[in-house]
Design a protein around this ligand. Structure first.
Ligand code: PHB
Length: 391
């Protein structure tokens, strides 16, 4: 009995230490991170970005200390739902932020709506997540947002025959559907398509099928965890190069943390995305510098989930400030709608549908001063979640 009590006390102490013991007047925010499992790199990225934000802006807003209660979802929808429910009912958080994958976001929506709990999504790229979930707002991107302008861009830049490869779950299916629509409407031809599964597959049979269809280019969406390296291996093993079959991908394939695994074989890939750590702005240069200094492992570079987590912190500080530290969920959502600010990726806005409006960049992988970079060379300014320009 005594042992059991001691263990309970120890585990409570450990929980408090892990979550940063909160005082009654602290503003508790639940952070759903993917700290282990296949998408664990996202957890490190987002934590580093949050650290940078708090170093630059302090930990107190409108007199309230911001305390993040971090929970590891392991990238699993059922764990994300359970953690979100406990953050609401036991920890009494006033907002939730984070999330890395689409299935987690759908699961957390089932907790957010009945609890009237604002959730600021870092990454989950399927458009429909926000439907019927009025307390969710997205700070990442939708795949349609990127791919709609990309389909048009690809045809205009001489790609007439393309083979499409897209992962068989929400953001991939949407990327495939939207690319095929915009590319063929522009005049292009899809010479074949294949949908690899979410659990990282061996890409060689898929790349072989693409090769056999003799396309000018492969369009690919694959999530930035495990897949990029697997795809590139199959692509190079099959003897393809950017001179024979061009890769046209969403930027998930070449996010800055993939470069260490991808190496020089990724040079020449053309991608579409919302963020490159090479983006040329004063704010981004400051962000990148602070991120590299704060990163837990040398060589870790900021990527799309890092910049999104940084912007989520910015939005949280804005809504707390505007409400003088007393949060009302409906006011929080009203304040998020129409919120605009400068991000390290460029200007961003949250629209009336709680989705993000941002610049979409066309980039090419190049070696710059000995380092692989996504070099932006074209931009489609301020597009919405459907990939349509907004004025
Ligand atoms: C998603 O699950 O929505 C997702 C995951 C990883 C990405 C992009 C989208 O790189």
């Amino acid at each position: 009995m005594r042992i059991a009590t001691t263990i309970a006390a120890l585990s409570l102490a450990a929980t408090l230490a892990a979550s940063g013991a909160a005082r009654a007047d602290d503003l508790k925010i639940g952070f759903l991170g993917s700290y282990s499992g296949g998408a664990a790199a996202f957890g490190q990225e987002t934590d580093t970005a949050i650290k940078v934000w708090m170093q630059q802006h302090g930990d107190t807003v409108a007199g309230r200390k911001i305390v993040l209660l971090r929970r590891d979802t392991q990238g699993q929808a059922n764990i994300a739902r359970q953690e979100a429910a406990e953050l609401v009912s036991r920890d009494k958080v006033e907002m939730i932020a984070g999330i890395a994958l689409t299935p987690e976001a759908f699961a957390v929506a089932t907790v957010s709506t009945p609890a009237h709990m604002p959730v600021l999504i870092v990454n989950a790229a399927t458009k429909a997540i926000l439907d019927h979930a009025r307390y969710l707002a997205r700070f990442g991107f939708t795949t349609g947002q990127e791919v709609a302008p990309f389909g048009v861009w690809a045809f205009k830049h001489g790609y007439k025959k393309v083979y499409a490869i897209f992962t068989d779950y929400g953001p991939g299916l949407e990327a495939g559907r939207v690319f095929k629509k915009t590319f063929t409407e522009a005049g292009g031809e899809i010479v074949g398509e294949v949908k690899p599964p979410f659990t990282t597959p061996d890409y060689s049979p898929y790349v072989q099928r693409a090769k056999d269809a003799h396309p000018q280019a492969i369009f690919i969406f694959a999530p930035a965890a495990g897949h990029p390296e697997a795809f590139l291996k199959a692509y190079t093993d099959s003897g393809l190069t950017e001179n024979t079959v061009q890769v046209l991908a969403t930027g998930d394939l070449t996010d800055e943390n993939q470069f260490a695994q991808l190496g020089d074989a990724s040079i020449g890939m053309i991608t579409v995305f919302n963020y490159a750590d090479d983006h040329d702005s004063k704010l981004n240069h400051e962000f990148v510098k602070a991120f590299l200094a704060a990163a837990p492992t040398p060589g870790m570079r900021p990527e799309f989930t890092a910049v999104s987590a940084y912007d989520v912190m910015h939005a949280i500080y804005n809504v707390v400030e505007a409400q003088h530290g007393k949060l009302d969920p409906d006011k929080t959502m009203a304040l998020l709608k129409g919120m605009k600010f400068e991000s390290p990726r460029g200007p961003i806005m949250i629209d009336q549908g709680r989705d993000i409006v941002q610049n979409i960049y066309i980039r090419k992988v190049e070696k710059v001063n000995g380092k692989l970079e996504n070099v932006e060379f074209d931009a489609i300014p301020m597009v919405n979640d459907l990939g349509e320009p907004v004025k």
